[in-house]
Design a protein around this ligand. Structure first.
Ligand code: ZN
Ligand code: ZN
Length: 505
């Protein structure tokens, strides 16, 4: 064995699937980016003496995290815009905007993470208010759930020039109008700016311990060219991305050889924008049950198409009505045509009733969840309570129930919707506001480390540190099994290695 491209790592507590609580190895030989051997005290054995070695100084070592649901290009755009995550009032929003506009000279100013439920005024800014802060340049501010946006008058005029029938009350675009106009906003941005954003996004994932992502890209608001650029960026060494094209058109996926399609391909919208499709009306808007973007016959024909093409399909469904329609359509296709090699997946699956959970199991579906949603909006104080009322808020994101039915769950951030931080999501799993729906730390870790690779068909090459697997791993100073669950969200990684090479210190 040539020792030049190999490293013997030693002096650590190695944790792995299926039980992350115990040390299952304390030394490991990595060669050409792959784990060649993992075991105990390899550094003391004579056959390993010639290899360059790396002392990990007693670190707790896990396979690197994976994020099963991100919008990578959208995250990249966010990295080149202004974030309103910390804004508590409209004044904060305007101060952040003013500050950003002084430091950046581009014609477009993108704003992200606007959440009126966090603002003391309880509403979004108006077009006129933004005009007063930024005259002349184009300002586009997305709501936190990326289902609506507010713009200033230069953008409103530009939007009307593109779509004369566009509907925007006080500069606020939502529903179909949001979908139409956001679709062309991003193609206006310079290529160099987008590239810069992609690199910043990748570094942010690595810094959080994430070496692999499922990147849900394109479709209604991002061009195929931007999807292709993103895919090429994600195939560079030092990071790993699997691309889902958010489209019903399979041609780009075929061209790239991706055996999958979809992502946030909307069956409905979101609770925040009151567009998730519900069986009973919204608690804080009794005139509306939300919006179904696709009906049962459209769902059946798309699922049947993908099943026949042997392609995995991922679709976004949040409200109980949307989920019921989607799982019933899956069940109908499954009973008649079976399942593709990689099971279809449902993204979010936030308010399923018991029958829908059983139907998802019977149709052999994968469920992709975002537990940080519960941290940010769940419980009796949060936005879900306002939108859904006291009864339904107890039924959101029923993680333990889904697990108890034997359905595979992988977790993600939905970045840029929630921060890139697996520990925030793990906190959502183990500290779910409804104690009956909490899952233990071991399962929570598996949903962020091992399971995403099952969903992408890479279970044979990624997600554990067994012989022959990709040597992506993280070090922590603290054993997460030795701290209280309430501290988990503050946990951090100290180092990350991708293909056996350290990429962030
Ligand atoms: Zn979605
Ligand atoms: Zn999403």
């Amino acid at each position: 064995m040539n020792s030049l491209d190999s490293t013997l790592f030693f002096n650590f507590s190695g944790r792995d699937f299926p039980d992350y609580s115990k040390t299952s190895f304390d030394s490991m030989l990595v060669k050409k980016g792959l784990v060649r051997e993992a075991g105990f005290a390899l550094e003391t054995m004579s056959r390993f003496q010639d290899f360059p070695s790396c002392d990990l100084e007693g670190a707790i070592l896990f396979p690197a995290f994976s994020d099963a649901h991100v919008h990578f290009f959208q995250t990249a755009l966010m990295m080149i815009g202004v974030s309103f995550e910390k804004a508590k009032s409209l004044r904060d929003v305007f101060d952040l905007l003013k500050d950003f506009s002084k430091k950046n000279s581009e014609d477009w100013i993108l704003g992200w993470g606007l959440d009126e439920t966090n603002l003391s005024e309880g509403r979004l800014p108006t077009c006129r208010e933004i005009d007063a802060v930024i005259p002349g340049r184009k300002v586009w501010l997305s709501r936190i759930d990326l289902h609506s946006a507010v713009a200033n008058s230069p953008v409103v005029s530009w939007a009307i020039s593109k779509f004369p029938d566009i509907n925007c009350d006080k500069g606020h675009f939502w529903r179909e109008d949001y979908i139409r106009i956001s679709g062309i906003v991003y193609s206006e941005l310079p290529a160099s700016l987008k590239k810069k954003g992609l690199a910043v996004a990748r570094d942010r994932f690595l810094k959080s311990g994430v070496s692999a992502v499922h990147a849900l890209e394109g479709g209604w608001n991002i061009s195929d060219d931007d999807v292709q650029e993103t895919a090429e960026f994600l195939s560079e060494p030092g990071f790993h991305g699997v691309v889902y094209h958010q489209s019903e058109d399979i041609s780009l996926s075929r061209k790239n050889g991706w055996p999958r399609l979809g992502g946030c391909l909307f069956v409905d919208g979101s609770f925040g924008s009151r567009t998730a499709a519900l069986k009973e009306p919204y608690a804080d808007f009794p005139d509306s049950n939300g919006t179904m973007y696709r009906d049962a016959s459209q769902l059946r024909s798309l699922i049947r198409f993908c099943t026949k093409e042997r392609v995995q399909l991922a679709m976004h469904a949040i409200g109980d009505l949307a989920i019921e329609n989607l799982v019933n359509s899956h069940q109908w296709v499954f009973e008649n045509w079976g399942s593709p090699p990689l099971s279809h997946r449902i993204e979010h699956f936030e308010l399923p009733d018991d029958l829908a959970i059983l139907a998802a199991r019977d149709a052999s579906l994968f469920i992709s969840v975002q537990p940080a949603f519960e941290v940010l909006w769940g419980g009796n104080e949060g936005m879900y309570f306002k939108r859904l009322g006291p009864k339904r808020v107890m039924r959101t994101n029923p993680f333990r129930t889904i697990f108890s039915r034997g359905i595979p769950i992988a977790a993600g951030s939905d970045s840029p919707v929630t921060p890139i931080n697996p520990f925030l999501g793990i906190h959502g799993f183990v500290q779910h506001p409804n104690p009956d729906e909490r899952i233990d730390l071991n399962r929570a870790l598996a949903a962020y480390i091992y399971e995403p690779h099952r969903f992408s068909g890479e279970i044979g090459s990624r997600g554990t540190l067994k012989q022959g697997y990709q040597a992506d791993f993280v070090c922590m100073a603290q054993d997460p099994f030795l701290i209280s669950y309430s501290e988990i969200r503050n946990q951090k990684i100290s180092r990350i290695f991708v293909d056996g090479v350290e990429v962030y210190v």
